[in-house]
Design a protein around this ligand. Sequence first.
Ligand SMILES: [Cu+2]
Length: 100
Amino acid sequence: MRILIATLTAVFVLVGALAAGTGAFAEEPVWTKGKITKVKPDQGKVTVKHEEITNLDMPAMKMVFRVEDAALLAKLKTGEEHEFYFVKENGRFTIKSIKE
Ligand SMILES: [Cu+2]
């Protein structure tokens, strides 16, 4: 019985992590094309006109994202187009990485 409960718990944890989208498990980035229209380095904010973000269930639009990684922020320039990995982290829409 104890093994069954442990197995069920593991299954629920796995399903929960998958449902949350950004779980405890390492995952493959979902790349979304976008164009940077504004960079505010002092605020750690970047405005991106992005295509549909399937991993966030979000249609195409222009919006502000946070960039927590200073090294990544330094790479982002107005007018550039990239493929971005957008996530929702601590309730904030964030640029996690760009395709190099
Ligand atoms: Cu958006």
